[in-house]
Design a binder for this molecule. Structure first.
Ligand code: ZN
Length: 174
């Protein structure tokens, strides 16, 4: 019995008294979230969200990749989301290795190189990483100016979400 078999069985239970079949496609709270895939990050629970409330786009690191951008653009223009949130978290696995080491390991284990993925998007500093994702979002020509974009770090030890302040322009003039 594999884990997959277990979850398929769990779903049969779940579907027995399913009551969410009426939900519309657009997220009820007009919110889209890009978050790390970490198994300890219970996005909906931690943010008081219910099924149908938000788009939750997850990948290793909570990175605004080309594919995350694709989803956010669809999320806003076709499904009406108005707030974008980026969520990283403490103790992220992406802080614990780097792209070139993983690439070498994969080459050694599989005996072959590969063209994709072109990057694993590892990072060395959580706050900087969140800021970088926000900047990528803001810099994209199709990101609507009207959308609120904020970034947070979820603390896996306390369950608390801490906002990452954007660096002000400071000495650099616009
Ligand atoms: Zn992570």
């Amino acid at each position: 019995m594999s884990v997959t078999d277990d979850v398929v069985r769990a779903n049969q239970q779940y579907a027995q008294d399913f009551k969410l079949g009426h939900l519309p496609i657009p997220p009820a709270r007009n919110l889209a979230i890009v978050a790390c895939m970490d198994a300890r990050l219970p996005i909906e629970e931690a943010l008081g969200l219910k099924t149908g409330d938000a788009h939750i786009i997850r990948n290793a690191g909570g990175i605004v990749t080309e594919d995350a951008l694709r989803s956010l653009i669809i999320s806003h223009y076709l499904l009406g989301t108005q707030d974008f949130i980026v969520i990283n978290h403490t103790d992220c696995g992406m802080l614990k290795f780097n792209d070139s080491d993983l690439r070498s390991r994969l080459h050694a284990e599989t005996g072959t190189a590969a063209v994709t993925p072109t990057a694993f998007h590892t990072f060395g500093n959580l706050e900087e990483n969140v800021r970088e994702q926000i900047q990528k979002l803001r810099a994209h020509p199709w990101t609507p100016k009207s959308v609120s974009i904020r970034g947070f770090i979820y603390d896996v030890k306390t369950g608390r979400l801490n906002e990452v302040a954007e660096k002000r322009a400071g000495a650099v003039s616009r």
